[in-house]
Design a protein around this ligand. Structure first.
Ligand code: BDR
Ligand code: CA
Length: 312
C-alpha cells in the first residue's frame, strides 16, 4: 500500500483522482493539499473537503496551499472545462464537515512518514515548491518519490501552443521543484492526453452504483466530456490526466520512460515550455538531476483499472 500526499486543484480530473485514491485499496491517502489552478484555492479546498465528507474520512486533512503563483500575476481559472465551482454541475453543500489544516501539516506528514510517503502533485507547482523553500530540499527529499502531472515533450501544449496548464501556471515553481527534488517522475500530456474516458465507460461505471461517489461520478465526468467535445471536435471522451498519474505510481510496469533532466521555461515567449535533451547523445548530467519522463503506456491496462477502481 502506498501512502500518498496529493497536491491538486479540484477541478474535475483532480476530483476523480481523489475519488480513485479513496477507492483504491493500494493507496493510503494521508492528505490533500489544495491550491489555485482549475478553480481558486478556497473552492479547491471546499471541493476536496466535500469528497472526503462523502467518503466519511474526516481523518484525512485538507491542507490549504497556494492562492497564486510566486510572480503574483492574475490567475486564469477554467470554469468552461471544470464548471463554475470545479465539479461540473455539482456544488458542494454549505454545511461542510471539514478537517482543513494550514500548510504546516505538510511538514508534519513528511516528518512522520519520510520514506513511506510519495508526493503526487497534479496541480500548479507553487504549493509544493513552497515546501522546498521553507524547510529545504533535504527535508522534502526524505520522501520516497515525487510524481508531477505536467509538461509536454515534443508535443503540443494545452494552454498555449507550447505549454501544458500545470507547468504554465507557475513555471518558476515547477522549475524549482524539478531542480531541488529527487526521484521525480514527470507524467506529461504525451501520456495523459490519451487517458480518455468515454461516455460508454461512464455508463458502464454508473451501472454499479455501490460507492459513496456514485451520484457524482456520472454528472461530473459527463460535464468534462461535453467541455472537451467543444475544445476538440470529434473527441468521444475526456482525458483523466490526474488519474493516470496515480495509476502510474501503482503500475510502473505499464509505462515506458526515458531519463532526462527536465527544465521549464519561464520566459514570456514560451512560458511553461518543458525542455529535455532528446538527442541520441544527450549532454551528460549528474544522475541525481535526472527525471523519469513517462512517454508511452498500456491504455487497456489503465482503462480496466479505472473501471474496477471506480466501481469498488
Ligand atoms: C492539468 O491541468 C489541469 O487543468 C488538469 O486538472 C490537469 O492537472 C492538465 O494539463
Ligand atoms: Ca489538476
Amino acid at each position: 500500500m502506498k501512502k500518498v500526499l496529493l497536491f491538486g486543484d479540484p477541478g474535475i480530473d483532480d476530483a476523480i483522482a481523489i475519488i480513485y485514491a479513496l477507492l483504491n485499496p493500494q493507496i493510503d491517502l494521508v492528505g490533500v493539499v489544495t491550491g489555485y489552478g482549475n478553480v481558486d484555492e478556497k473552492q479547491a479546498t471546499d471541493n476536496a473537503s466535500y469528497l472526503l465528507q462523502l467518503a466519511g474520512r474526516p481523518d484525512i486533512p485538507v491542507i490549504r496551499g497556494a492562492r497564486g503563483p510566486f510572480t503574483g500575476e492574475l490567475v486564469t481559472y477554467y470554469p468552461e472545462i471544470h464548471g463554475p465551482e470545479g465539479l461540473g454541475p455539482i456544488r458542494p453543500p454549505e454545511n461542510l464537515v471539514t478537517n482543513v489544516q494550514d500548510y504546516r501539516t505538510v511538514f508534519d506528514l513528511i516528518s512522520t512518514y519520510k520514506k513511506e510517503l510519495t508526493i503526487v502533485d497534479v496541480g500548479r507547482s507553487t504549493s509544493l515548491a513552497t515546501a522546498f523553500i521553507i524547510v529545504g530540499p533535504e527535508k522534502v527529499n526524505q520522501v520516497d518519490s515525487i510524481y508531477l502531472m505536467g509538461g509536454n515533450f515534443l508535443y503540443p501544449g494545452n494552454v498555449t501552443s507550447v505549454a501544458e496548464a500545470n507547468f504554465h501556471g507557475d513555471p518558476i515553481a515547477t522549475d524549482l521543484v524539478l531542480e531541488k527534488g529527487r526521484n521525480i517522475t514527470v507524467v506529461p500530456l504525451n501520456v495523459t492526453n490519451t487517458a480518455i474516458i468515454s461516455p460508454e465507460t461512464v455508463n458502464l461505471i454508473s451501472r454499479y452504483p455501490y460507492n459513496p461517489f456514485s451520484s457524482l461520478i456520472k454528472p461530473i465526468i459527463e460535464f468534462y466530456i461535453d467541455a472537451y467535445k467543444k475544445l476538440i471536435p470529434g473527441l468521444n471522451g475526456a482525458p483523466m490526466h490526474d488519474v493516470l498519474t496515480l495509476f502510474a505510481l501503482l503500475n510502473p510496469q505499464a509505462f515506458q520512460s526515458i531519463s532526462r533532466r527536465v527544465r521549464v521555461d519561464a520566459s514570456e515567449l514560451s512560458r511553461g515550455r518543458t525542455i529535455a535533451d532528446f538527442r541520441a547523445k544527450p549532454e551528460a548530467q549528474p544522475p541525481e538531476s535526472l527525471e523519469r519522463i513517462l512517454l508511452q503506456y498500456d491504455y487497456n491496462a489503465f482503462l480496466a483499472d479505472f473501471v474496477s477502481t471506480m466501481t469498488n
